[in-house]
Design a protein around this ligand. Structure first.
Ligand SMILES: Cc1ncc(COP(=O)(O)O)c(C=O)c1O
Length: 285
């Protein structure tokens, strides 16, 4: 990621090359920080307050101090104005500080949008499924598993993407026990049969994606019904099209699942229509 700017709570804009965290910050020692990623469109951070609310939920789930949402909001808007940021990815991070107490750090890191997204959207993604071996019910019911929490302990998610790439794929989809579809390492998952869009329900312990929420809002006006539920891999594999949703990569078509074409093996119409709807929502602010 090309860094565009770094702003720190209580300090404002800081040189991104400057050291920021103490060596005993539990973010570093234990991977216990909460984070968010959103996108800045034409100088406006998309659904910033929804992301800040989710940051607070993640922090609470990890027993972190509560982040000051208002201060974060001001920090982000101030940095966008001062650095004249137009289009960017925006990562918000909230650390617990030292185990001896104090020293929480909150920062906003702006990065350039990777150039590979649009070619990938035109081509469509190859995806593999990866089992995680737990019943889907456990993820929602066992708070210590941190299902649905955006913590900086994403090493396993990144390892899943690396595994997909070793198989010549672009991304992965996690499966709970009995091949129940969950989510991608950094995305929510969707597929279409006829005019119905299927997506795993939140009771599977997946992240309540902000882009997922946009899709839920936009789909009816585009003529799609939504079916949230507990679904097996075989239902995804038999779909007419599939796609993922996430803040920076937006709506990304899936054209291949575990080496077999998904639908007709080309990006589908629902993904394209919803991508446009997301951009309209971003333009409206
Ligand atoms: C595990 C996981 N699921 C889903 C998503 C998509 O969420 P959002 O649309 O809020 O970016 C993310 C985003 O990073 C994620 O990490």
């Amino acid at each position: 990621m090309t860094t565009l700017a770094l702003a720190v709570l209580g300090r404002g804009l800081v040189d991104p090359a400057e050291p920021l965290l103490r060596a005993d910050d539990l973010a570093l020692l234990r991977g216990q920080a909460a984070f968010e990623t959103t996108r800045v469109y034409a100088g406006k951070p998309f659904r910033l307050d929804d992301h800040l609310a989710r940051l607070s939920i993640s922090a609470a789930r990890m027993d972190l101090p509560k982040p000051d949402q208002e201060a974060f909001h001001e920090l982000v808007l101030g940095a966008i104005e001062l650095k004249r940021i137009e289009d960017a990815s925006l990562r918000l991070v909230w650390t617990p500080g030292s185990s001896e107490g104090g020293g929480s750090v909150g920062f906003a890191l702006f990065g350039a949008i990777p150039p590979g997204h649009e070619p990938l959207r035109a081509r469509g993604m190859k995806v593999i499924t990866l089992p995680i071996g737990v019943p889907y019910e456990l993820r929602a019911k066992a708070p210590w598993i941190l299902g649905g929490v955006k913590s900086t302990s994403y090493a396993a998610n990144m390892a899943a993407i690396a595994e997909a790439e070793r198989h010549g794929a672009d991304d992965a989809i996690f499966l709970a026990e009995n091949e129940i579809v969950l989510e991608g390492p950094k995305t929510n998952v969707w597929w279409r049969s006829g005019q119905t869009l299927f997506t795993p329900s939140l009771e599977t312990g997946i992240l309540a994606g902000i882009t997922r929420e946009v899709v839920l809002e936009a789909a009816p006006a585009l003529g799609y019904e939504i079916a949230e539920g507990i679904y097996k891999r075989s239902q995804l594999a038999a779909a007419e099209e599939a796609f993922t949703s996430s803040s920076v990569r937006e709506l990304m078509p899936v054209i291949q699942l575990d080496g077999a074409p998904l639908g007709d093996g080309r990006p589908g119409p629902a993904a394209a229509a919803l991508q446009q709807a997301l951009r309209r929502a971003a333009a409206e602010g």
